[in-house]
Design a protein around this ligand. Structure first.
Ligand code: SAH
Length: 504
């Protein structure tokens, strides 16, 4: 049985069968419920492997479901499309097999039949196979065919829906597809047809077209012929939900020229209808600054704007632990232990545990944390910070230490290799004896591509990210505003002639 709901008002309006697929969503249509009959290949024994068809969301890496994210981190094999946010692959297991079967603008790196065969082959190897697909797996993504291939091969499968670009791209472009004042129905259609026959557009108040960049002129022509007035608004959202999103807008009359002038490229979603007029008012995403973060912890800065995370450094453990181990095994002579980052905390305790010790090794040593996140991290190891400065920076820490008498006190700073020395100098000036224990180091890594034309700001969170940025890109592009977290980072930027401001 397909579609449990049989009675009630007729929900479907006639739809052109000439489009490869069309979905109508009306305001009064709340629930769809499809029940699939299990066809397990006439008693064929099922393979122990399992396929998950996972929607990766439209482009913004955070727009994936928790279930999908978790499956990526557990998968033995990941087969992914071209259009998925590549950041998502960073959570894959180090030993996972990651295969790109990407399709892009009609260029298929692998024919669909081969993708289906590969899915089946990998699942027969008894592993967990994640088939990661852009947007929603069942919307214009041939996910249905991949699921059928699993059924035919008696492979167990599950589908994890995703946020489709058909709805998310208009949303980030400032256009709600329905609105009580303008539109009570929306049709999602593809402009990519298998045949060359003339097309009839679907009927709804708002039309959303996918895979239509190459055909937009013809689509507009048929819209006009079927009665849509020439002044009807149309917008294209290119690279929707990504930091490099562009919105190109016009009327059915002007749009072909507008799109050509803008050199509109795939992937793009087109929205047609009165709702496009709301863009002026509702362009929330376009107004947010796009912030390049070459350091770590993008989750901390989301409130500042759209974070474009391109890590240039990674924290790794030391090659030689001899010195650190010697210090860690004798902490009792110190009066204070100072943590200036969450990385410092995790590498400190990792090493402490490695030499067979735990938090008890701190004994009566007092502990200072640079900020709340670092203090939280310490709590996880059973340590409550004795000092937590109001101003979360090394300057703030120094202020706190100046309030107490540190003359003759022994202070141990937990640091990365080649870390900033401002705090150490300041404490020594105040009369303390300062030692440092180096527990990790930063290494430079090759970042994913970034298009600086779309970047408004750069946020440096440490001196090492400033140096790594300069060694990778040479200089800060003109017109990009630079913010630094903490005075030592700002000092490092100034040292290299970068005009920057402290992050408020
Ligand atoms: N299953 C996908 C659609 C796959 S078809 C989904 O639910 O989103 C590929 C088409 O999706 C592209 O041609 C384009 O029209 C659209 N698309 C995918 N990602 C997009 C993005 N970030 N911005 C705009 N359009 C996108």
């Amino acid at each position: 049985m397909l579609g449990k709901r049989r009675s009630g008002p007729s929900l479907w309006r006639p739809v052109s069968a000439k489009y490869s697929a069309v979905i109508l969503i009306c305001e009064n249509l709340r629930f769809f419920s499809f029940r699939f009959k299990k066809r397990l290949g006439g008693g064929t024994k099922m393979s122990k492997g399992k396929v998950y068809l996972v929607g990766a969301g439209p482009g913004d890496a955070e727009l994936i479901t928790r279930k999908g994210y978790q499956l990526i981190s557990q998968a033995d094999v990941i087969l992914h499309d071209h259009l998925i946010p590549t950041e998502l692959l960073r959570v894959a297991r180090a030993d996972a097999e990651v295969i790109s079967v990407g399709k892009y603008a009609g260029r298929h790196t692998m024919p669909q039949s081969e993708i289906n065969a590969l899915l089946v082959e990998k699942a027969r190897g008894n592993g967990t196979v994640v088939r990661l697909k852009g947007g929603d797996p069942y919307l214009f993504g041939r996910g249905g065919e991949e699921a059928e291939a699993c059924v035919e091969a008696a492979i167990d499968f599950e589908v994890v829906p995703g946020i489709t670009s058909a709805l998310a791209a208009p949303c980030y472009g400032g256009v709600p597809p329905t609105h009580r004042g303008y539109a009570s129905s929306v049709a999602l259609a593809t402009g990519h047809r298998r045949d060359e026959k003339k097309v009839e557009p679907p009927r709804a108040d708002t039309l959303v077209f996918l895979m239509s960049v190459a055909n937009i002129e013809e689509i507009i022509k048929t819209l006009r012929e079927s009665g849509w007035p020439s002044e009807t608004r149309i917008a294209a959202v290119e690279n929707g939900t990504r930091y490099d999103q562009r919105v190109v807008e016009g009327t059915l009359e002007s749009f072909v020229e507008v799109a050509q002038r803008a050199r509109l490229r795939t992937p793009a979603v087109f929205v047609v209808g009165q709702v496009v007029a709301l863009k002026e008012k509702l362009d929330w995403f376009g107004k947010r600054p796009k912030i390049l973060l070459p350091g770590m912890h993008p989750e901390k800065y989301g409130h500042l704007g759209t974070v474009v995370h391109r890590p240039l450094i990674r924290c790794v453990s030391l090659e030689d632990h001899t010195k650190a181990d010697a210090i860690l095994s004798r902490l009792s002579p110190y009066d204070w232990l100072v943590f200036t980052s969450t990385n410092g905390v995790s590498f400190f305790f990792e090493r402490l545990h490695a030499i067979g010790l735990d938090a008890r090794a701190l004994g009566s040593v007092k502990v200072a944390a640079i900020g709340k996140t670092t203090a939280e991290q310490l709590k996880g190891y059973g340590v409550l910070a004795d000092m937590l400065p109001e101003l979360e920076s090394s300057v703030g820490l120094l202020r706190e230490f100046r309030k107490i008498d540190v003359e003759g006190r022994k202070i141990l700073l937990v640091r990365p290799k080649a870390g900033a020395s401002g705090l150490s100098d300041g404490l020594a000036e105040a009369g303390a004896t300062v030692d440092a224990v180096v527990v990790y180091r930063n290494i430079e890594v090759e970042p994913d591509e970034v298009d600086f034309d779309y970047i408004d700001q750069i946020l440096f969170t440490s001196g090492s990210t400033v140096r790594a940025f300069l060694s990778r890109y040479g200089s800060v592009p003109a017109g990009v505003k630079v913010y630094c977290l903490g005075q030592p980072t700002l000092d490092e930027a100034s040292k290299h002639g970068i005009k920057a401001e402290l992050l408020p």
